[in-house]
Design a protein around this ligand. Structure first.
Ligand SMILES: *Cc1c(COP(=O)(O)O)cnc(C)c1O
Length: 367
């Protein structure tokens, strides 16, 4: 069986270095907010091209805390509107509603899965304060246009970079386009910890200062609390794991691009629509997502050929029980995407034989 994602073999490539880093932390006797974290924050900020990177407990917290910090800074108020694509993973929406802000669900471009400048423009109202572009599956949203709109209407931009570590447009990386960005290092992401972890990037010193407190009980100085903060810290062990893996991320991205290009060049089947690439060099291929009207039969066909495939995602946020107030909303492009998408295996450890096996199975699929 070709697994959708083999995390064991992904991490096995660095096993010795990971174990060494682990012992270093164990022997240091210091497990939170120490040298491993500051070193990772420095390295990750450098990687993204930002002044600040702040470790937090996970990707959801990264997004939630940025919006919270903007509220503390008086830039946002309850009920302000946040424009976000309707087909995102639920976490982007949860971060908005957790702050008593209002998500404005916008249909994505049906080929790139990302927001379009024109649909953002038509969603802007007097209460719009934030655009939250989610760089889904590893390809950046149209950031030059989005930043132009933000400037024109005086809006804040929060990038959801959970699937786009290292992705770029015109050489400018994910996480350095907006006013702030949230990253996830969930084990299955392109840069994955060995547990939960996340980070916020920004060039805004004031924002970074507030966030440093918010993630740590609202405190800059022990036992002095400026805000009713939370406990959302990236612990030393995970920071040490991420420091090892960050070094290899650029190579991993190249390997992912190589696999994706093989799929793009060699999968030819009129029943299958391949993903549309806008930014050839800047796409980091977190997921290879095809669309087909015959998803159930294609998935069964792949399974019968020993290939695991997954659906990202089966139910859009507005159809979830958690958001029952939106269940009657009609978002046809989003709903169609959710009915038609299928992700096939793509990771840096796939062998040539497996890649060919996947291409053959995709090409041989018929009704
Ligand atoms: C994974 C993911 C998140 C959340 O990250 P966690 O670390 O799991 O909290 C947020 N947004 C998107 C688009 C994601 O894929």
């Amino acid at each position: 069986m070709i697994n959708f994602l083999d995390l064991k073999s992904i991490n096995a490539r660095y096993e010795n270095e990971l174990l060494e880093a682990c012992s270093r932390v164990i022997n240091s006797g210091w497990y939170l907010m120490g040298n491993e974290l500051s070193s990772f924050e420095k390295n990750f900020a450098e990687f993204c091209g930002t002044d600040h990177a702040l470790g937090v407990a996970n990707g959801l917290d990264a997004l939630t805390l940025v919006l919270r910090a903007w509220k503390e800074l008086g830039k946002l108020q309850d009920g302000d509107e946040v424009i976000v694509q309707a087909n995102t993973y639920i976490a982007s929406i949860l971060a908005i509603t957790a702050n008593n802000l209002t998500p404005i669900l916008v249909e994505p471009n049906r080929q790139t899965f990302n927001l379009d400048a024109s649909s953002i423009r038509s969603a802007i109202s007097l209460r719009t304060k934030v655009i939250l572009p989610v760089h889904l599956y590893g390809q950046l949203s149209p950031m030059p246009e989005i930043m132009e709109i933000a400037k024109e209407y005086d809006l804040l931009v929060l990038e959801d970079c959970a699937q786009s570590h290292g992705a770029s447009v015109d050489g400018v990386k994910a996480g350095s386009w907006g006013h702030a960005a949230g990253f996830s290092f969930y084990p299955g992401k392109n840069l994955g910890a060995l547990g939960d972890a996340g980070a916020i990037t920004t060039n805004d010193h004031q924002l970074a200062h507030v966030l440093e407190a918010l993630r740590n009980y609202g405190s800059h100085k022990k036992y002095e609390n400026l805000y009713a903060g939370v406990n959302s810290r990236l612990d030393e062990i995970q920071a040490a794991m991420l420091n090892v893996k960050l070094k290899y991320l650029p190579d991993d991205i190249k390997l992912r691009q190589k696999v994706a290009n093989k799929y793009l060049e060699n999968i030819k089947n009129e029943l299958i629509e391949l993903p549309k690439v806008i930014h050839q060099d800047g796409h980091v291929w977190h997921l290879f997502v095809i669309q087909t009207e015959h998803r159930e039969s294609l998935q069964a066909w792949l399974t019968s050929h020993g290939i695991q495939s997954l659906i990202h995602y089966p139910i859009p946020p507005h159809k979830q029980k958690a958001y029952s107030e939106w269940n009657n909303k009609s978002l046809p492009i989003t709903e169609k995407i959710h009915q038609h998408v299928l992700s096939i295996p793509l990771d840096p450890t796939l062998s040539e034989t497996d890649i060919q096996k996947i291409i053959d199975a995709m090409n041989d699929f018929s009704l």
